[in-house]
Write a protein that binds this ligand. Structure first.
Ligand code: PLP
Length: 283
């Protein structure tokens, strides 16, 4: 089905959507984005996603419309496209200007774009994947959901070429996250995940999983996990809006949880599915 997208106040067919070659998003990756999962036409954790969108915008000092504007755009996007399960993408750049300077003019109009694509939803236990340890070569503001994703793309490409689902990134001997997901490790019944600082993207599903774990009475420590301790992991999983809770069965040659989905991970997968039903009011 052809997709209708939102671009700068207009609703148009996806193939018709065009922006200027002088757009600063194209020239300098001077922009941010946000991804909101939708289940049965209902956005999941929308307030949290829009709060992160506003944080990214204010970090870049881009003046874009407020949350009520984006809520209306998302509603109309869902209505016009009729997709039940989907990912909504919002992209905002600082705007276009022919003067090709790093320093932008003061009166630029930001470019506002929203699109949607189908999301294959899994309600079952996902199969464990393999990851490979790489140096985290990204910049030091990974907390901003910037469209500048070159390092993430290079790392993902290298991992895929070597037959792995995702790179597991380490900086100075500490696990940060994946190229497009957050890291969770389980050791002796305690769940570890990197703290929310400038070295990781504060994943919305990360926060949600922490809440779910706490509701289940599980202990979560937002504390960096050392590469030298990886061999002691009982379980490992990744989180993101599109992958939800993704068990990992292997890091390079190191088998985790006998290559299976560990028991705490399985509990969280089930809790995540249940929360999709509850929060999106799916019967
Ligand atoms: N970390 C990185 C680097 C990401 O790109 C993403 C998602 O794209 C995540 C973590 C997970 O974020 P969320 O749970 O909000 O999808």
């Amino acid at each position: 089905m052809p997709i209708t997208v939102f671009l700068n106040g207009q609703w148009i067919a996806a193939e018709q959507a065009k922006i200027s070659v002088f757009d600063r998003g194209f020239l300098f990756a001077d922009g941010i984005y946000e991804v909101v999962p939708v289940y049965q036409q209902r956005p999941f954790l929308l307030v949290e996603h829009l709060a992160r969108l506003q944080r990214s915008l204010s970090a870049l000092q881009i003046n874009a419309p407020d949350n009520s504007f984006w809520q209306a755009v998302i509603s109309e996007l869902l209505e016009r496209n009729g997709l039940a399960d989907a990912l909504v993408y919002i992209q905002v750049t600082r705007g276009a200007e022919a003067n090709r300077s790093h320093l932008a003019g003061a009166d630029l109009q930001p470019t506002l774009f929203a699109s949607i694509s189908p999301l294959p939803v899994h309600w079952h236990q996902p199969k464990p994947v393999a990851v490979t340890l790489f140096d985290d070569i990204r910049w030091l503001r990974c907390d901003i959901k910037s469209t500048s994703l070159l390092a993430n793309i290079m790392l993902k490409q290298q991992a895929h070429q070597a037959g792995y689902s995702e790179p597991l990134l380490q900086r100075d001997g500490w696990i940060t996250e994946g190229a497009s997901c957050n890291f969770f490790g389980v050791r002796n019944g305690i769940i570890y995940t990197a703290p929310k600082d400038h070295l990781i993207l504060p994943g919305i599903s990360r926060d949600h999983v922490i809440q779910l774990a706490q509701q289940l009475g599980l202990e979560v420590r937002e504390q960096a996990f050392a590469v030298t301790d990886l061999a002691e992991l009982d379980e490992l999983f990744l989180t993101s809006s599109s992958r939800e809770v993704q068990p990992v069965g292997r890091i390079d040659d190191m088998i985790i949880a006998d290559g299976q989905c560990g028991p705490l991970t399985a509990q969280l997968v089930t809790a995540y599915h249940a929360s999709k039903r509850t929060l999106c009011e799916i019967s």
